[in-house]
Design a protein around this ligand. Structure first.
Ligand code: SF4
Ligand code: ZN
Length: 290
């Protein structure tokens, strides 16, 4: 089987097996300018799903314009509507400044750039997808990303952090929470790269300057050298031990029980991660409006 058929088949099977989405639903695809999200959008469109694109302009100095242009080009090519969220306009600052400010607080001092950025992006995506009445959010996470995260959590001795991994978010259904899906869950990074090149998708290869998590990069290098079969086996093993992890009575294994007292977003605790992190920095007032 060639890469084309292989990846398309894997995505179809993943959608079917995990019941990721159906053709009546409205799916918002989180676009970054990179190959993974471009391939997700391309394949979902090709398979006949009702998709629109979503891009968060993080205000990354020097490269943001190229990212935005790439995402616009992709949306035009796929003939999908593109929603652009401007972080600077909404929060008053770019992601670089927000990360620095959060790292200067007690709550955020030990957090890596991507961990903070991830919280901010997830918070925005959920709120915007709900406001725009989407049923699902599709992201470009691939097999390599999943294996990296799984191994990092195991190596840190925190298997419970894997509780929310999977091709679809495992939280209890909630009217304020938009489920996130990963159609490339079983697709190897190399096959995605080849496929994106074959389809000549507009993609940007410049790396985000805030990606400096050396531990993740080390694990990434290790995962890069594994065969696809090995990566698949790691994920299959995770699925086997999932019920055990679920029974570890940790805070991560709690499903959403609450809405954040400050912003009203779904949260496992009284105050959501986003509000906790941004509590003592300047953006708080602009941001939290129920
Ligand atoms: Fe954010 Fe990290 Fe992605 Fe940069 S690499 S956009 S900091 S998550
Ligand atoms: Zn909150």
């Amino acid at each position: 089987m060639n890469t084309n058929q292989d990846i398309e088949k894997k995505v179809k099977e993943t959608i079917k097996r995990y019941k990721l989405c159906n053709k009546k639903e409205k799916i918002l695809v989180a676009l970054s300018g990179g190959k993974d999200s471009a391939v997700v959008a391309y394949l979902l469109k090709k398979l006949g799903y009702n998709i629109e694109g979503f891009y968060i302009n993080l205000g990354i100095e020097g490269i943001e314009k190229d990212y935005l242009e790439t995402v616009k080009e992709l949306s035009q090519r796929l003939q999908i509507k593109l929603h652009v969220y401007d972080l600077k306009k909404e929060f008053g600052n770019s992601i670089g400044i927000i990360i620095k400010e959060i790292q200067n607080t007690k709550e955020g001092k030990n957090l890596k750039n991507c961990a903070i950025c991830g919280v901010v992006k997830k918070w925005i995506m959920n709120r915007e997808a709900r406001r725009l009445k989407f049923n699902k959010i599709a992201t470009g996470h691939n097999l390599d990303d999943e294996v990296q995260t799984f191994l990092m959590n195991i190596l840190k001795g925190s298997p419970q952090l894997n509780i929310n991994s999977g091709a679809i978010t495992k939280n209890k259904k909630d009217k304020k929470f938009v489920e996130r899906i990963k159609p490339l869950f079983y697709c190897d990074e190399n096959e995605i790269r080849k496929y994106s090149k074959k389809k000549k998708l507009p993609i940007i290869y410049k790396k985000c300057p805030y990606l400096v998590d050396s531990y993740r990069l080390e694990v990434r290098e290790f995962v890069n050298n594994l065969k696809t079969k090995d990566k698949e086996n790691i994920i299959k093993n995770f699925e086997l031990i999932y019920p055990k992890i679920k029974n570890l009575n940790s805070k991560e294994s709690k499903t959403f029980i609450n809405y954040c007292e400050k912003c009203g977003e779904p949260s496992r605790n009284k105050i959501c991660k986003m509000c906790k992190l941004t509590e003592s920095i300047k953006i708080q007032n602009n941001l939290i409006k129920k």
